[in-house]
Design a protein. Structure first.
Length: 254
């Protein structure tokens, strides 16, 4: 089992939409057993992936703060083979409580270990923040994907994101050797974005995954209540996502 965390402390970079759809590609197009863990207090990933609220009463808050086994928090999504641990708005204030627990950074990692043989991949969607919940996600993962937008404002805070990842590697997760950058919503008609992408390709501190091209399907997928590949496997957006997922898993070190 490999655990992949999608992390950026800046909102609006397509983190949740991308993590949900990559989870969908792994499940629908690659036949993998996937667990999606929604750590974001907005719980948008839970909604986008089509988790039935009434069928999942236990959330990630209960797992991290109340000691509930993760097996009791796993519910079904709208896709066969893709399970979910639901997010909760309680996690916002729960992060402060979590920070007061001894060795709290390892809570999620230890919980996920209970289902090691049940899944091929765990996909974690982080909150757009740097706190004890985020540190749990980075401590638990084998690979970290940092989604970015190709604009100056998005790139401005990248050094802070890198700093947090490096801190986790140095203090809690020395095996996190797989860190990737993912450019989202690339506008192929924009010379400015093309120039930024070229600079990143030449100077990025971490490997660049294939870019996700700008498309109406990224936004439309938010209204499907399932990963886009579950309904539209053959559209260019799904093929683009498959290329990203394939490159990602092929480059995660064993």
């Amino acid at each position: 089992m490999k655990t992949i965390t999608f992390f950026n402390n800046k909102g609006g970079v397509g983190k949740t939409t991308t993590s949900v759809n990559i989870a969908g590609v792994l499940s629908v197009m690659m036949g993998k057993r996937v667990l999606f863990v929604d750590l974001d207090g907005q719980a948008n990933g839970t909604l986008l992936i089509g988790a039935e609220e009434e069928e999942i009463s236990t959330t990630i808050f209960d797992v991290l703060l109340n000691g509930v086994p993760i097996t009791e928090a796993i519910g079904k999504s709208s896709v066969e083979g893709l399970d979910v641990v639901k997010g909760s708005k309680l996690i916002y204030r729960g992060s402060d409580r979590l920070a007061q627990i001894g060795e709290n950074e390892f809570k999620l990692r230890d919980s996920i270990s209970d289902v090691y043989s049940e899944y091929d991949y765990v996909i974690i969607d982080c909150p757009s923040d740097i706190n004890s919940v985020t540190r749990n996600a980075l401590t638990a993962c084998d690979a970290c994907v940092i989604p970015i937008m190709l604009d100056r404002l998005s790139l401005k805070g990248f050094s802070e994101v890198v700093g947090e990842v490096v801190d986790i590697v140095n203090n809690y997760n020395s095996t996190l050797a797989n860190i990737f950058v993912l450019a989202n919503a690339f506008d192929q008609t924009s010379p400015d974005e093309a120039n930024i992408l070229k600079q990143w390709s030449e100077n990025a501190p971490y490997p660049l995954l294939p870019v996700i091209k700008k498309t109406k399907w990224a936004k439309k997928s938010q209204f499907l209540n399932c990963p886009v590949v579950a309904k539209y496997k053959n559209i260019p957006f799904s093929k683009n996502l498959f290329e990203v997922a394939e490159t990602l898993i092929n480059n995660i070190e064993i």
